[in-house]
Design a protein around this ligand. Structure first.
Ligand SMILES: [Zn+2]
Length: 430
């Protein structure tokens, strides 16, 4: 009868890595009677003297029961060690017992990596109306993003056809512009969409070519649209969006030359911004205000809602899969407001509701983009991005902006302005 038992211990049949503690238990139960033949992460291959087997099993079972009284002496890896190949962890380091000639000694290995506990993200409380906006201002940015991401994920594609044109001397910076168009389309899938979108890409050397393309589709081209968007090789960074009589969108999109890197031109945010304008305009197609669709939605809507809504949309559409990435893009857009002490609550009230629409032209032009971004984020946090596009649709169908606002958000525009101003102020002074 053989006096030895060969078998594997798979870390007590649990699918996990064997611990050093288990290693020690397996080996030191009865030194000399248990021999580790090989070791890998999940099992020990043992040769055990049969006489030791019953004791081994009992001790292994004991080791599974939490018992403060049962412990194996901690191995301190200093000086000479006994078992070639043995590893122990000590003070967050791993030591291996190595043999070199006749010497056998502990050798410090790589540090034990202790993974940092991942913080558990707790969603802030969502604001639900203008009445709880001030108390729940901490949730505005997150819920503006979250409600947009949810809308985008559930939104169906209506199937806009993308036609991409590139100037003969120009190079694309965004390798996949169609994705940006589709993401934006899904953000507003409940609304009228352009049937087709022409993307006309051009660098400074193709301004004449781009204008010729634009003239083919645009309703009333001035002949200067391409040059306005690309005034020099160094400042060729503009873009423009229009709708034609058939409800198609024409996006004039400059590309930077000379190897200039520009995330707005390579990430899809530029296309998403301009396509949002096309969707804003599309709400007016077939209505008595149709003329506004082709060029001039600012005739009916606050300028900050037109540009800020497009700015917010491009961040929400392109970064719907990550609040952190959305926040990073948001910071690029609105970061200037955080350091501007002139943006007070009363300044914001006047800006949101000026004496006349022409007053918006008197401000720094970027204010309709960055303040508009935050105003749009507030509205999206309350009732999703679709509530903003609903404003366009109802105005296009005949309501005033004020009447549409009251119907959608349940508060008069006059009463909403100071609350909205306070909310924006709290976003830039967190
Ligand atoms: Zn714009």
């Amino acid at each position: 009868m053989q006096n030895s038992f060969y078998g594997k211990i798979r870390c007590w049949e649990r699918l996990r890595k064997c611990t050093d503690e288990e290693f020690r238990i397996a080996h030191f139960i009865n030194p000399g009677e248990v021999t580790i033949r090989s070791r890998n992460q999940y099992s020990w291959d043992l040769k055990i003297n049969r006489n030791a087997l019953s004791g081994l099993v009992i001790t292994l079972v004991l080791s599974l029961i939490p018992n403060p009284a049962y412990s194996i002496a901690k191995i301190v890896p200093d000086g000479v060690c006994k078992i070639d190949g043995q590893e122990v962890s000590f003070k967050r380091k791993i030591y291996a017992c190595l043999r070199s000639g006749k010497k056998i000694f502990w050798n410090e290995q790589a540090k034990v990596v202790v993974p940092a506990p991942s913080p558990t993200f707790v969603e802030p409380i969502a604001p639900t109306s203008f009445s709880d906006l001030a108390d729940r201002a901490g949730g505005i940015s997150y819920w503006g993003w979250k409600k947009s991401a949810t809308e985008l994920k559930t939104g169906a594609l209506s199937g806009v056809e993308v036609v991409q044109l590139l100037g003969p001397n120009s190079q694309m910076m965004n390798p996949d512009p169609t994705t940006a168009i589709y993401l934006t389309e899904r953000l507003y899938s409940q609304f009228v969409q352009p049937k087709k979108v022409y993307l006309i890409y051009f660098s400074f050397s193709d301004v004449t070519w781009a204008q010729l393309q634009f003239n083919k589709y645009a309703l009333h081209p001035t002949g200067h649209e391409a040059a306005n968007s690309c005034q020099s090789a160094a400042t060729c960074w503009g873009a423009q969006s229009e709708i034609d009589m058939k409800g198609n969108a024409i996006l004039l999109l400059s590309v930077r030359g000379g190897g200039i890197e520009d995330l707005n031109h390579s990430s899809g945010t530029l296309e998403a911004h301009e396509f949002t304008h096309a969707i804003q305009g599309s709400q007016f197609i077939g209505t008595s205000k149709e003329a506004a669709a082709y060029c001039c939605t600012k005739s009916y809507m606050p300028w900050w809602l037109v540009e800020g809504g497009a700015e917010f949309s491009h961040a929400a559409a392109l970064y719907s899969d990550s609040f952190a990435n959305y926040s990073s893009e948001r910071k690029n857009d609105v970061g200037g407001l955080f350091t501007d002490a002139t943006i007070t609550t009363s300044w914001l009230e006047t800006f949101l509701k000026p004496g006349s629409t022409g007053d918006w032209a008197k401000y720094d032009n970027w204010r309709i983009y960055d303040v508009g971004f935050l105003a749009s984020e507030v509205l999206a946090a309350l009732q999703g991005p679709q509530s903003i596009m609903q404003l366009y649709r109802e105005v296009a169908l005949g309501k005033s902006y004020e009447a549409a606002f009251l119907g959608i958000y349940g508060i008069s525009w006059n009463d909403a302005v100071p609350i909205l101003a306070q909310a924006i102020h709290s976003l830039i002074n967190p």
